[in-house]
Design a protein around this ligand. Structure first.
Ligand SMILES: C[S@@+](CC[C@H](N)C(=O)[O-])C[C@H]1O[C@@H](n2cnc3c(N)ncnc32)[C@H](O)[C@@H]1O
Length: 397
């Protein structure tokens, strides 16, 4: 069900103790009008401008109080916010739900590449998780062990001695004691989930749209199939789409008619972007060998992954433009490497390019090297060439 109204009006009418989980992603007190144009030309916007913070917090408190009433005893609230007012909202949640019902401060972290402001680049948002009582629903999700976990940590029972120091447990005759079967590492409160990129399939063009992946995690840990989820600031309907995909019932509220219309459209044909980063992990994006990384570090480069023509850029521009660096691959001829780097360098508007030759082959004079390309022989190759010259001299004697 999706309702177009101020959520306060609707929340007041919801029967007490009926909702399993509420996720709310309200205006954050950004003091901006959030506005975006979708690819079909429709402009979506909502105002996040307030007279002052007091007004904003009062508005939030009224709604949080009603949410608590609507929740079942086993229910939970997940309040999404950022550093504009997270510290104030946490105090309100403590007041309304009780400090003892604080469960987690979930950090949703993502990569960003630029920062308009002086200072540290913001790279996370916060989701406060409170339960209505201590008898709340919770499903633990387990992750794979990290590559640094050693086999004993997984298999062996551990004990804590009188000083609180943890060590492996051995029986009376010195044999190791096996631990109980483990399911993996329980999910932590820091979640790395990519921000929706402009080309993501699930992107609707709604400002501040959140990824379905994030909502799925919240729904999975706090509810079971058939449970009822409420999103009182549903926007483009991300929580509702995630709920539908996970066989939960949902109620969405938004005061913007165009948001409600968009929710209906999305729910008719839900689309979720498969994040390759989440599926295969960040390591799959690393394409450089240790040797290549050592060369790029020596030249003081920013490393570029997954590009055939360029392996890195010098940190310093030359003649006001970037300088691309490529290391010849074992399967590339010298001519092919020149060609790939030259084309990629032109596309990226580089003033110069640097090719690190790693294989002996045709000499430079026999192949046309562009005038703005510097060719350097890799150290091992230089040494090999020098030594073979000595060999030749000795042979001639
Ligand atoms: C941050 S957006 C939600 C984005 C959403 N989570 C998504 O993934 O698309 C906040 C939404 O709250 C709505 N809103 C603001 N005040 C409201 C109110 N009092 N009642 C209902 N909706 C409201 C806005 O129209 C906007 O769509």
């Amino acid at each position: 069900m999706i309702i177009c109204d101020d959520c306060l009006n609707v929340l007041k009418k919801i029967e007490s103790d009926t909702i399993d989980m509420v996720y709310l992603d309200p205006p954050f007190f950004s003091q901006k009008v959030q506005c975006m144009k979708a690819s079909n030309g429709v402009e979506y916007k909502f105002s996040d401008i307030w007279e002052n913070k007091g007004e904003y917090l009062k508005y939030m408190k009224f709604r949080i109080q009603e949410i608590k009433k609507a929740l079942k005893k086993t229910g939970s609230i997940f309040l999404h916010c950022d550093n504009s007012a997270s510290h104030n909202l946490r105090i309100i949640l403590d007041e309304v739900f009780g400090e003892e019902n604080f469960r987690s401060e979930i950090i949703w972290t993502y990569k960003r590449w630029s920062n308009a402001k002086k200072g540290l680049m913001p790279g996370h948002q916060t989701i406060f998780f409170y339960s209505k009582t201590s008898d709340f629903k919770f499903n633990t999700i387990y992750h794979e062990y990290s590559p640094t976990t050693n086999i004993d940590q997984i298999l062996q029972e551990r004990i804590r001695n009188g000083n609180g120091k943890v060590s492996y447990k051995y029986d009376e005759i010195g044999n190791i004691v096996l631990a109980k079967e483990k399911k993996g590492v329980p999910m932590s409160d820091v979640w790395e989930i990519p921000f929706l990129n402009p080309k993501a399939k699930e992107r609707t063009g709604y400002p501040t749209q959140k990824p379905i992946e994030l909502l799925e995690k919240i729904i999975e840990i706090s509810t079971n199939e058939g449970d009822c989820i409420l999103d009182p600031f549903c926007g483009s309907g991300t929580a509702l789409v995630a709920a539908k995909m996970l066989n939960r019932r949902y109620i969405g509220i938004d005061k913007s008619p165009s948001a409600v219309e968009l929710c209906h459209q999305r729910l008719e044909a839900p689309i979720k972007t498969e994040s390759r980063l989440l599926r295969v992990g960040a390591d799959a994006y690393r394409t450089k060998t240790d040797e290549e990384l050592a060369i790029l570090n020596m030249l003081e480069c920013d490393v570029v992954q997954r590009n055939k023509g360029i392996d890195g850029f010098l940190k310093k521009f030359y003649l006001g433009a970037p300088v691309a660096v490529k290391i010849q691959k074992p399967y590339e001829s010298f001519a092919e490497a020149i060609d790939l780097l030259n084309h990629a360098g032109k596309r990226k508007k580089c003033s110069f390019t640097v090719l690190i030759r790693t294989l002996e082959g045709l000499v430079d004079s026999e192949i046309l090297v562009p005038s703005n390309m510097i060719v350097l022989d890799e150290l091992k190759l230089q040494l090999g060439v020098k030594l073979s010259k000595y060999d030749k001299k000795i042979m001639q004697r």
